[in-house]
Design a protein around this ligand. Structure first.
Ligand code: ZN
Length: 260
């Protein structure tokens, strides 16, 4: 776990608490491999530790809706469905690195993709992303507004949550639109040169462009950034950063940058 700077920066008390939560999570929720993937104890602890970081100062009850954690060796295919404005149902297969299934469903992860992010300096984290969705799903379908815990959260926390997040979301979508206008007309993400250009342009944004997909993704991507790479988020959207600090009851920026 020490290879993950955002876990290595926790103080001794928090590390001890994280350990307890990991044991409880692995005790309560089945974690298994799919497609022949063998989940070692080390992998189980690594995934559980990142899942528990989100609820370190909250309550594991936020994962009551989680049925299991399933780990595939690599990206897995999922049948997606979308009903457009005309009522036409569109279906397609999508390869995913992670998925959080709502209404008592599992968190499904691709180990190949998780492992790529288990290095110092990584700015993405699928485990944190999917578990943020799972917390968000505690009030039904994910919408970017997670449930409050009456004992731990100020009652006013959610009052202006939607206003703060939707202003940031709108601004971010506009920034992504502006970025995309700078791409060549024949832009092809599968072409190395274009992919590099996209990466360079996206790096100037406070969050990964995927956050512009919808408000639920904005919350999951912002949560991911909050724990793993908080500086650009805190600078770009200080109000969102403050809300997440109040929600998760942690301030990753205060933990310093030792080890990274
Ligand atoms: Zn997502």
């Amino acid at each position: 776990m020490k290879q993950l700077p955002f876990l290595a920066r926790l103080d001794a008390t928090d590390t001890a608490q994280l350990k307890i939560l990991c044991e409880q999570l692995l005790d309560r929720k089945p974690l298994s491999g799919a497609k022949g993937f063998g989940v070692s104890d080390e992998i189980a602890v690594l995934i559980a530790a990142q899942a528990c970081l989100l609820v370190l100062k909250l309550d594991l009850a936020l994962y009551d809706d989680l049925s299991a954690i399933i780990v595939f060796p690599d990206a897995f295919g999922v049948r997606q469905q979308h009903v457009d404005e005309a009522g036409v149902v569109h279906e397609w297969d999508e390869e995913l690195a992670g998925e959080a299934v709502e209404q008592g469903g599992a968190v499904v992860l691709s180990w190949h993709d998780v492992a790529l992010q288990q290095v110092p300096g990584a700015t993405h984290n699928i485990v944190i992303h999917e578990f943020a969705h799972k917390i968000d799903m505690g009030r039904g379908a994910a919408n970017g507004c997670p449930p409050c815990l009456p004992v731990l959260h100020e009652p006013a926390l959610l009052n202006d949550w939607a206003a703060v997040f939707s202003a940031a979301y709108q601004d971010f979508c506009a920034q992504v639109d502006q970025m995309e206008e700078r791409l060549p007309p024949d832009f092809d993400p599968d072409r190395a040169e274009d992919a590099k250009l996209y990466e360079q342009l996206a790096a100037s944004l406070p969050l990964d462009p995927y956050a512009s997909r919808d408000p639920a993704e904005f919350f999951a991507v912002a949560s991911e950034a909050f724990f793993v790479d908080p500086e650009p988020l805190a600078e770009g959207y200080p109000q969102v950063y403050r809300k997440l600090t109040a929600y998760y009851r942690q301030n990753p920026l205060d933990r310093g940058r030792c080890g990274q």
